[in-house]
Design a protein around this ligand. Structure first.
Ligand code: NI
Ligand code: MN
Length: 225
């Protein structure tokens, strides 16, 4: 499994020979100006919730690639009404896709579209790939529900928001990694706006002091699991 960070909460995931884009917010992110959304491959676009900083480039990428948009039933319905291919899910449900098993899990946040349309309740995803398993938290507070995830899935990586203000901060993300039974963390949802700027070295050190590995990727760079 290869995971590429496209800035903010945007990810590219290659798994099972398929290309997945998660929460694309790239074209308006000045930190990601070197990423051209017209070059991104996508068989699927996973959307955690309907906020503008997670859906901005969904339609442009889906139009070009014909990718299937996977999200909660309300978000999937919103896009299917606009003529896009979608797969509706809801919290606690899993589906065996051709790239692996995907589960939509709880997040504590909100989820209206920028135009005010109802975006259902926000979520995160657990991907069980061929060899590796990853949790993408989406925008969320620290939640006791995170303890449920390792009861079903042994995680190899947890992708957690760490920017504070709209989501967990670093301290809560450290507790989350305990709940998730996963000491390998990719941080996201930081630095994009003034509200969520973090001190990188201090954040990495706080995780390190608890025996955990926080990775902060350059935008456009990748890790292999
Ligand atoms: Ni949000
Ligand atoms: Mn957000």
């Amino acid at each position: 499994m290869k995971i590429t960070f496209y800035g903010h909460a945007s990810l590219g995931i290659e798994v099972g020979g398929k290309h997945i884009i998660v929460d694309p917010y790239i074209s308006a992110n000045p930190n990601a100006a070197h990423i051209d959304i017209d070059t991104l491959k996508a068989d699927y676009i996973l959307v955690t919730h309907a906020h503008g900083d997670h859906i901005l480039d969904v339609e442009a990428i889906a139009k070009r690639t014909n990718a299937v948009i996977v999200s909660n039933a309300e978000i999937a319905g919103y896009y299917s009404q606009k003529g896009f291919q979608s797969h509706p899910m809801n919290h606690g449900g899993s589906w065996n896709f051709d790239f692996g098993k995907l589960k939509y899990v709880n997040a504590i946040h909100s989820s209206s579209f920028p135009d005010g349309s109802y975006g259902g309740n926000p979520g995160g995803f657990v991907i069980e790939g061929e060899h590796k398993n990853v949790y993408i938290a989406g925008d969320t507070a620290l939640s006791m529900d995170m303890k449920l995830i390792p009861m079903r899935t042994k995680l190899d990586l947890a992708i957690l928001p760490i920017g504070d203000n709209f989501t967990m901060d670093v301290e809560d993300a450290i507790i989350a990694s305990d709940f998730l039974d996963c000491d390998k963390i990719l941080g996201y949802h930081y630095d994009t706006f003034g509200y969520i700027e973090i001190d990188h070295e201090e954040s990495i050190r706080k995780f390190f002091n608890k025996g955990k590995d926080l990775m902060l990727l350059e935008i456009g760079s990748s890790i292999e699991l």
